[in-house]
Design a protein around this ligand. Structure first.
Ligand code: SF4
Length: 230
């Protein structure tokens, strides 16, 4: 089978105070939106590297305090993550599915499965208070570090690590001001600014719409860039 053709372009972006020059490579032909997620991850990596330059970052491997927060995920990233889980070896997939089922049960049991009637802040505080670890967290480290969501890449702190675990109000925690490109991913397929909690990935995969549009990779990138301006 012939290798899939790819197109490369140099993006010149102004995001916040940052000026980013970044080569981006995407499939040339029509693909699902999830197929451009790796390219968006590289772009976010470049933005994060520029934002954290010269700062003393406290985040370390083995500190998973922030992985008990509500992690908002776009439909497109959700599709890429479900595909990632489906491609894992059987035993790993089974263990992961069990952790997702346990997390979903605790979230539903606390009445947090339905976002209706709550502000995002109220929901975030309630989630953190519940202390449900992200199912991808293993030994306090991210087991999908290379494929972790955009919003996880964008969260770094310069304050002492112990403050991150101190309480839902996150008093004294100083995040690095990283422009949130992850927000644009939410509008990639749909015009609405929709998201779901990462811990509900598997539960949602049974009910979320499937069979999204296929577009050339460059068109997905253009839609993403347009989403940055909204
Ligand atoms: S995906 Fe990884 S980095 Fe993100 S919350 Fe889960 S364990 Fe933490």
């Amino acid at each position: 089978m012939a290798a899939e053709a790819h197109s490369t372009a140099t993006l010149r972006l102004s995001v916040g105070d940052l000026r980013i020059v970044h080569p981006i490579t995407v499939p040339t032909g029509p693909v699902p939106a999830a197929d451009v997620v790796p390219a968006l991850q590289e772009l976010v990596n470049a933005v994060v590297a520029a934002a954290e330059a010269g700062k003393a970052i406290s985040c370390r491997k083995g500190c998973g305090a922030c992985c008990r927060q509500l992690v908002p995920i776009s439909r497109t990233e959700g599709e890429a993550l479900v595909a990632l889980v489906e491609a894992m070896p059987k035993e790993q997939r089974k263990a992961l599915r069990a952790r997702f089922a346990a997390a979903e049960a605790r979230i539903a049991g606390a009445g947090l499965a339905d976002r209706a009637g709550r502000s995002d802040r109220e929901l975030s505080i309630a989630y953190f208070a519940l202390g449900v670890a992200c199912p991808f967290l293993e030994d306090e480290s991210c087991s999908i570090h290379r494929d972790r969501p955009l919003v996880c890449r964008e969260y770094l702190v310069t304050s002492p690590a112990e403050l991150c675990a101190a309480g839902p109000a996150q008093e004294g925690v100083t995040p690095v001001p990283v422009p949130k490109l992850s927000l644009a991913a939410r509008r990639l397929q749909d015009e609405t600014d929709d998201w779901f909690p990462l811990a509900m990935l598997m539960a949602g995969s049974r009910t979320r719409p499937t069979g999204g549009k296929r577009r050339p990779g460059t068109e997905w990138v253009q839609r993403f860039l347009k989403g940055l301006k909204n």
